[in-house]
Design a protein around this ligand. Structure first.
Ligand SMILES: Cc1cc2nc3c(=O)[nH]c(=O)nc-3n(C[C@H](O)[C@H](O)[C@H](O)COP(=O)(O)O)c2cc1C
Length: 363
């Protein structure tokens, strides 16, 4: 049975497989392999967003692609990162200094997004303006979703996606006029709510009514894709899958950790951003979970606190501490493949699973 859905025709894609990554090569490869790429731009400056969109348009021609941003509701107007860093609690600064010394983390030589920025309403507005003015076909929003933002995106001709983690978020997305709802369950890599994907998707489908729903969180095999359709979804949305791709070119220390991992090797932690976020387990998450650790700060201050050490850890591949957002689906990604190879595997498995399901029901 071919893997397709009405959304494929509507959006001009071959397979109902949507993917989010913060890496442009992954996104271009995903579109060429028949999926729908959504570039995660939450860690990108406005001018980078404009560049990414221009390059993707040049590479992909008429194939659609989206851009995803996140706007946490409680992020304020503060734009002075250095000033707010100096005001962070002493206990937290001491803890980060202790980790830096304990794991001998060298200073980063290059700035990163988080070591040079503080998330603020102004930064978000500039990111949004760059996204809406770009040639991206769609706009996706994750944490937080003022209805006004959806309206603006639609006025700019963008198809709108909203990631939701609870039925009441789906109600809000529907009221705001969102075109496609992504029901992202607890299994997912990244920021996540407490409802598991299997429980969440049918509830969101019921709320969404005639708005198409994508299932996200824990999708790593074609059997998940077949199951997503059985739950009422019209497609799937994956994030963890692409980390293990050749195109993503993760550092060796991080890649080795991910390829060896199974679902038990991920954990929900506040240590990344101050909000619950599923990460690969590491000395980083363990240290912040220890009884002596201070409670992570609220977003955006946790990343103001940790950006420099995290930049050093990533640049110098400090193996015990290195981490990334990673979902329970990591169990299905234990060898390095191209994005096209991952897509072919998922499509082949899905078609086999759909046929097997059909045969079982008919027998
Ligand atoms: C490394 C990584 C980074 C992510 N960053 C974002 C992001 O910036 N914005 C967003 O909406 N979702 C983000 N997510 C969540 C994905 O959009 C997606 O919902 C999730 O990965 C699906 O579950 P899976 O990880 O099991 O595939 C991220 C996920 C991962 C693994």
């Amino acid at each position: 049975m071919p893997l397709t859905s009405p959304l494929c025709k509507k959006l001009g894609i071959r397979y109902p497989i949507f993917g989010l990554a913060h890496n442009i090569d992954v996104m271009i490869a995903l579109a060429k392999a028949g999926g729908y790429p959504v570039f995660g731009a939450a860690r990108s400056m406005p001018e980078e967003i404009a560049d990414v969109a221009r390059i993707m348009k040049e590479e992909l021609g008429d194939l659609p692609f989206g851009i995803d941003l996140m706007l946490p509701a409680n992020v304020g107007d503060e734009t002075d990162r250095e000033g707010s860093k100096a005001d962070l609690p002493q206990e937290h600064q001491n803890f980060v200094r202790h980790l830096t010394e304990k794991y001998k983390v060298p200073a980063a030589t290059k700035p990163t997004f988080f070591s040079s920025q503080i998330r603020s309403q102004q930064l978000f507005e500039d990111q949004l303006a760059a996204t809406l003015e770009s040639s991206a076909h769609s706009f996706a929003s994750a944490v937080g979703m003022p209805p006004e933002m959806i309206k603006r995106a639609r006025e700019h001709g963008k198809v709108t996606f909203s990631l939701v983690g609870a039925p009441r978020h789906a109600e809000k997305a529907k009221a705001a006029g969102v075109d496609i709802i992504v029901a992202q369950g607890y299994d997912a890599g990244g920021h996540t709510g407490p409802i598991g994907t299997f429980s969440l998707v049918p509830q969101v489908v019921d709320v969404a009514d005639d708005i198409p729903v994508l299932a996200a969180g824990g999708v790593g095999h074609g059997r998940h894709i077949a199951a997503a359709f059985a739950l009422g979804a019209q497609g799937v949305w994956l994030g963890t899958a692409w980390l293990a791709s050749k195109e993503h070119a993760l550092s060796e220390a991080l890649l080795n950790k991910l390829l060896k991992a199974d679902s038990l090797d991920t954990t929900i932690s506040l240590s990344h951003s101050g909000k619950p976020c599923r990460l690969i387990k590491s000395a980083w998450s363990d240290e912040w979970d220890s009884p002596d650790a201070p409670k992570p700060l609220k977003m955006p201050y946790q990343q103001v606190l940790t950006a420099d050490i995290v930049a050093g850890v990533n640049e110098h591949e400090v193996e015990p501490l290195i981490y990334e957002a990673t979902g329970q689906s990591i169990a299905w990604f234990n060898e390095l493949m191209t994005v096209d190879g991952i897509m072919q595997r998922l499509v082949g498995e899905s078609e086999a699973a759909l046929t097997a399901m059909n045969n079982k029901l008919a027998s």
